[in-house]
Design a protein around this ligand. Structure first.
Ligand SMILES: *[C@@H]1O[C@H](CO)[C@@H](O)[C@H](O)[C@H]1NC(C)=O
Ligand SMILES: *[C@@H]1O[C@H](CO)[C@@H](O)[C@H](O)[C@H]1NC(C)=O
Ligand SMILES: *[C@@H]1O[C@H](CO)[C@@H](O)[C@H](O)[C@H]1NC(C)=O
Length: 182
């Protein structure tokens, strides 16, 4: 198993330059791109690469300020239902708008096993509940440190309830979500 770890600062042009050769690289299976301030465009370049690459199974895109633009690109990649098994999207400033893209993508994708969405701003207006209940692949999902409360919390709790105990969910620090999930 070869793991490419690039934790040094990687500019947007660097991200693009990197993602092109990776499309055909068959020896890199895990990609650590944590904390590279890629932003939406960089995330989109990586997402496009992952659509074409059939070997990479694990990607860490945490702390990259991908934003909702990046979420949309990542969602497009997930819809392709490729080889990716583990995806870390922690700390990317995703809001409810991201949920609009990620939700349907999670319904279409049955390959992904582990998804970390912690430390974002997924709130209460849109929720992942229905998508998560229709998803058949996920084994673990972290929603810790988001702003999920109110109706979003109830819907999410119901969605998680359908797939329980398959999904190991982490939802700490979400206002009242803790009280909704039994
Ligand atoms: C794949 O990427 C690794 C790490 O950058 C590099 O050493 C290797 O030569 C590349 N392989 C191919 C076939 O491009
Ligand atoms: C995802 O990335 C964050 C921040 O880099 C890290 O704290 C967390 O442990 C990672 N999640 C998983 C499931 O490895
Ligand atoms: C995704 O891929 C898996 C395995 O190749 C397949 O069983 C499943 O039907 C696909 N899901 C969709 C929605 O195409």
């Amino acid at each position: 198993l070869i793991c490419l770890s690039l934790s040094l600062s990687l500019s947007l042009s660097g991200t693009k330059a990197l993602s092109v050769p990776l499309v055909t690289n068959t020896s890199i299976l895990r990609l650590n791109l944590r904390d590279n301030w890629m932003e939406g465009m960089g995330g989109a370049a990586i997402a496009e690469m992952l659509k074409e690459n059939c070997y990479i199974t694990e990607v860490d895109l945490s702390d990259n300020n991908l934003g909702d633009y990046g979420a949309r690109a990542v969602a497009g990649m997930l819809r392709a239902n490729g080889t990716l098994l583990s995806l870390n999207l922690s700390g990317n400033r995703f809001t409810d708008q991201s949920v609009e893209h990620l939700g349907p993508a999670l319904v279409a994708n049955s390959k992904l096993r582990h998804l970390d969405l912690s430390h974002n701003s997924l709130g209460e207006r849109k929720h992942l509940g229905d998508s998560v209940s229709e998803n058949t692949g996920l084994r673990s999902l972290s929603l810790a440190w988001n702003g999920i409360r109110g109706r979003g919390a109830v819907m999410l709790a119901n969605g998680l309830g359908v797939t329980f105990p398959v999904i190991y969910a982490t939802w700490m620090n979400n206002a009242d979500l803790k009280n909704k999930i039994k």
